[in-house]
Write a protein that binds this ligand. Structure first.
Ligand code: V1S
Ligand code: CA
Ligand code: ZN
Length: 390
């Protein structure tokens, strides 16, 4: 099997449930759980499963999800059915909980939410129990969901649930979010605690890009009595950022954060909508550039929970997450960039059939991030880190 063997000296666990992949948000909706099928096909074809402990995710229980969400909201999520989208008597609650075009009600919605959440909770527990050093759930990373509200294709915030598990054991947890969107739900959930440092890299345009929050100066409510003040960091970017600049920025900022905050564990949200050619995104990262961020976080050597997130061009999402899986099991150098003949749905990867197509050149978006701007981001964030130390 391609000579892929277990990594030396550490354990990687893989958490997935094929039932997640079967859910459909609707014809025109960009979120396609099916991208997880393509990811798994690549991982299996390369033989990466031989290097990990594989777990079938169980559904998170109502009580587990109620660690963050209100029972009222979860009750609604559990009982609502697609026909309610039309029904007048439900429309008030639909609006209250922010269901609609972005967060539609589809068949099996509660099942879908509890399965992706179960994967993240299981993954976090493997880390806490010392049964894994790195735990992966590509179906998770749904960072916009709020305590009592769905938002941006996210209904249950599995990231928050995973971090809450890690906080049972680790005094400090750091959250890193490379999805092209601001990780607002996770940021807000831990706004009032100094036990979680959240750092999101994202496209920022208050009026024209979802969700419109995450400016450089929003570092958490800064009342003198709030211990969480200064523990939310935001890296707002403009269109077209490329591999080299992004990786340098990522290392400069994450390196400083880890040095100052000294977290006991890291949660990394790997939203793949920051790749070039994404249907919703506007960055110009290649699969290799996105993966280099994952490789850097791995070198920090801390317990690591890796989740997915956005990503709206399924063939590229699966390329990125398969490549990142190979990095996490220390097998990136053993992977043939030519996608194996044995991959089911191989036709999706044409005409190049490469794991690393030149995404940054295929839909050229002008890079609107000057060197000067990026330098200002780094120096401002290093200043903010000084406040955090108190
Ligand atoms: N950008 C974008 C976008 N596109 C859609 C969309 C398109 C077609 C549909 F049938 C349904 C929805 N919605 C949006 C964004 C939400 C982006 C969520 C990203 C999620 C994540 O990757 O970070 C994590 C999984 N919503 C909006 O821009 C809001 C609107 C303002 C415009 C779109 N309409 C549908 C709702 C209101
Ligand atoms: Ca982000
Ligand atoms: Zn996103």
């Amino acid at each position: 099997h391609n000579g892929i063997t277990r990594p030396q000296g550490y354990t990687v666990s893989w958490h997935a449930n094929p039932a997640v992949e079967a859910h459909h948000f609707g014809q025109s909706h960009p979120m396609k759980p099916w991208r997880l099928v393509l990811t798994k096909e690549l991982v299996l074809a390369y033989g990466m499963h031989h290097a990990m402990d594989l777990y079938l995710s169980r559904a998170a229980t109502f009580e587990e999800m109620a660690d963050f969400h209100t029972e009222d909201y979860l009750d609604f999520l559990r009982q609502v059915i697609p026909a309610d989208m039309e029904a007048a008597e439900q429309s008030e609650r639909m609006a209250k909980y922010n269901f609609g075009d972005d967060c539609p009600i589809f068949d099996g919605l509660y099942n879908y939410c509890s399965l992706y959440s179960g994967g993240t909770v299981d993954a976090a527990r493997k880390l806490v129990n010392n049964q894994a050093d790195i735990a992966i759930n590509w179906s998770g990373g749904l960072h916009h969901a709020k305590k009592t509200e769905a938002s941006g294709f996210c209904y249950v915030n599995d990231v928050v649930l995973g971090i809450l598990q890690l906080l049972r054991f680790h005094p400090r947890v750091m959250y890193i979010d490379i999805d092209v969107h601001h990780g607002d739900g996770v940021e807000q959930a831990f706004w009032s605690t100094d036990r979680v440092l959240t750092v999101s890299f994202h496209k920022f345009d208050r009026d024209n890009f979802f969700p419109g929050t995450g400016s450089l100066d929003s570092t958490g409510p800064s009342h003198p009595s709030n211990p969480g003040a200064h523990h939310a960091l935001n890296v707002p970017l403009n269109d077209g950022i490329e591999d080299g600049d992004y990786l340098q920025l990522f290392k400069d900022i994450i390196g400083s954060c880890v040095e100052t905050y000294q977290p006991g564990a890291i949660v990394l949200q790997c939203g793949a909508d920051s790749l070039g050619c994404d249907r919703l995104g506007c960055f110009s990262l290649n699969v290799t550039g996105h993966g280099s961020c994952v490789a850097y976080v791995k070198t920090l050597g801390l317990p690591l929970l890796v989740v997915g997130g956005g990503g709206y061009t399924p063939r590229n999402v699966s390329r990125a997450w398969a490549h990142e899986t190979s990095i996490l099991i220390d097998a990136a150098d053993k992977i043939d960039p030519n996608i194996p003949e044995t991959v089911t749905f191989r036709n999706h990867f044409g005409p190049d059939y490469s794991l690393f197509p030149p995404l940054s050149e295929m839909r050229k978006i002008e890079n609107k991030n000057s060197k000067q701007y990026l330098a200002t981001l780094v120096s401002t964030i290093r200043e903010q880190l000084r406040y955090m130390q108190g």
